[in-house]
Design a protein around this ligand. Sequence first.
Ligand code: GDP
Ligand code: MG
Length: 171
Amino acid sequence: MAKSPEVKLAVFGRAGVGKSALVVRFLTRRFIWEYDPTLESTYRHQANIDDEVVTMEILDTAGQEDIQLKEGHMRWGDGFIIVYDITDRGSFEEVAPLRNLLEEVKKPKNVPLVLVGNKSDLDHVRQVGTEEGERLAAEMACAFYECSACADDGGAVAEAFHELCREVRRR
Ligand code: GDP
Ligand code: MG
C-alpha cells in the first residue's frame, strides 16, 4: 500500500483573528472561547480527502513572532492559511504583506494558499465586505472562505483546510 501523503500546513494572521479557534474547531469540531494568544502549537491530524488518507501537520502560529521566526515557519510549511477577522480591517490589511513575504521566502516556488475571513457570525460589526475578501483572493489566485470558528454550520472551516491539502497535492 502506498504511504499516505503528509502535508505541512501553517496558519498565519494577526493575533486575535481566531487562528487557534479555527484550528481547534477543525480538529475537534468544537469552539474554545479563550486560548492562550502567545501559544504556538503543532498538531497532527488525519483526514480522508477525495478517497485518500492525508496526514496533516498543522502549525498554529502565535501571530506576533519576529521576522526570523516567521520566515522559519514559512520555510517549514508546504501550504498556508492566511486568516483575517472580518470585524478588524487592520487584520485584513496585514494579509498582503504576509503573502508577499511568503512569495519572497518560497520563490521561485508557487505558494499553495487559502484566504480565510473569520468571525462571520459577527456580521453586525463587520468592517471588511465579503467582496473585498473575494477580490483579494482573486488577486492572490487562491481560494477564499468566510467562516466562523464559533458557529461553523456549513463546515466551511474543514473545507478550507481540505482545499489547502488539495492545493498542496496538486503542486
Ligand atoms: P489567534 O490569536 O488568532 O489564535 O485568535 P484566538 O483563536 O485566540 O481568538 C481570539 C479571540 O477571538 C478569542 O476571544 C476567541 O474567542 C474569538 N474568536 C475566534 N474565532 C471567533 C469567531 O469565529 N467568532 C467570534 N465571535 N469570536 C471568535
Ligand atoms: Mg492563537
